[in-house]
Design a protein around this ligand. Sequence first.
Ligand SMILES: Nc1nc2c(c(=O)[nH]1)N(C=O)[C@@H](CNc1ccc(C(=O)N[C@@H](CCC(=O)O)C(=O)O)cc1)CN2
Ligand SMILES: Nc1ncnc2c1ncn2[C@@H]1O[C@H](COP(=O)(O)OP(=O)(O)OP(=O)(O)O)[C@@H](O)[C@H]1O
Length: 236
Amino acid sequence: MKSDEGAPAVPAAGLGVVWQAQSASAAAAPAHAPGVPLAELRRGLRRSLIERREALAADVCAVASALVVAALRTHFPQLSGLRVGFCWPMRNEIDLRPLLLDWLRAARPGFQALLPVVVGAAQPLAFRAWIPGGTGAAETPLALDRHGIPYPASGDFVVPEALLVPVNAVDAAGYRLGYGGGYFDRTLAAISPRPLAIGIGFDFSRVATVWPQAHDEPLDALVSDAAVFRFKRHAD
Ligand SMILES: Nc1nc2c(c(=O)[nH]1)N(C=O)[C@@H](CNc1ccc(C(=O)N[C@@H](CCC(=O)O)C(=O)O)cc1)CN2
Ligand SMILES: Nc1ncnc2c1ncn2[C@@H]1O[C@H](COP(=O)(O)OP(=O)(O)OP(=O)(O)O)[C@@H](O)[C@H]1O
């Protein structure tokens, strides 16, 4: 299969799917250190999991990325025909670029790879198409945003149908912690219809609770290097 050339040899269908109920009660914070403000607990959890990931060796990150890519191919094949937002990896995040590049080369009608554009600190993210070199089409010029992350410097804004959302922590109900900017929560709340939201991260990012807040938007699924988790919606 041409599109898999160069990909590390990992089992494509070896990862199981776990269904988890996303109940209203799961959103109620369970017992925690009495007297410690939730914002502080969330900050501490975010910091410790980012530190754990940043301490990983490059080859560990590469293997985890290959496993996540294999699971996305197997369990979410519909993504290859959608407008898919993903993130340029930073600080040892899972690297999805080889997958998006494969899907660009496959050129299924309707597919676009989109990168976020930070428009403003309290704004939802916008998205622009990413076309890397070597696809035959004009390459998208990248610039660095206020956080030092590459983003497409020009092009129309495009509304994503699915978002591959990096997680620093994710809980049993599908709530996540990012970097504390609130960007993805604002983005998921702003786009209608709501895009399919798939969390992407290391399996050690899974925790019992992130003490979700009123503004937190739950994920539909999480793909880690160990399994695929689907968060079932309960009719509220
Ligand atoms: N690779 C990648 N790109 C992404 C995201 C992401 O999670 N991963 N984002 C996902 O939303 C957006 C960027 N969000 C970010 C939010 C905060 C910081 C940041 O550096 N925050 C400071 C602390 C800020 C504060 O003082 O509160 C830090 O972590 O040091 C970086 C990116 C869009 N691009
Ligand atoms: N829909 C929203 N409307 C207004 N403010 C919001 C919204 N969503 C999040 N925020 C604000 O953003 C701030 C950070 O939120 P939170 O700690 O959940 O970020 P995060 O999910 O870790 O960040 P990110 O999505 O950027 O990775 C909070 O102070 C919150 O009030």
